[in-house]
Unconditional design. Structure first.
Length: 132
């Protein structure tokens, strides 16, 4: 039962890693729909992995349970890989969000500048004609 629970948890975490790789392959040029779909898929896979992880904790009994088992060691290494990939992916998307925010700020600033520009509506002939 312990080996089955470990394998189920490992399969769930491997699916998480695969989805993280898919999401990481997306770029700023990707559609918002593609990014949202991939993020939702990752969320679902993480939920499944969490459930498998909780089931495994019940089987192992304690967080240190099965420490000598090579399969448990392999599982822990996989969990650490998922954690590291999560950190990298989070940092990458924070950077992408910064680029998007900067672009939106520039557009907003440009709109404000254009809104502030009011073409002259004065006397016929404009300013130059009035000085001669």
């Amino acid at each position: 039962q312990q080996a089955t629970a470990i394998r189920q948890s490992m399969a769930a975490y491997q699916a998480v890693l695969a989805e993280m790789a898919s999401l990481s392959a997306l770029s700023l040029a990707s559609s918002a729909k593609a990014i949202a779909e991939s993020a939702e898929s990752l969320r679902c896979r993480l939920e499944t992995a969490c459930q498998a992880h909780l089931a495994l904790n019940e089987v192992l009994g304690t967080p240190d349970g099965g420490e000598q088992d090579p399969l448990v060691q392999e599982w822990r290494e996989l969990v650490m890989r998922v954690d590291e990939e999560n950190r990298l992916l989070s940092a990458r998307f924070r950077g992408m969000m910064g680029v998007i925010f900067d672009g939106l700020s520039r557009v907003k600033g440009g709109r404000a500048a254009l809104k502030g520009y009011q073409p002259g509506t004065g006397a016929k002939g404009g300013r130059l004609k009035g000085t001669f």
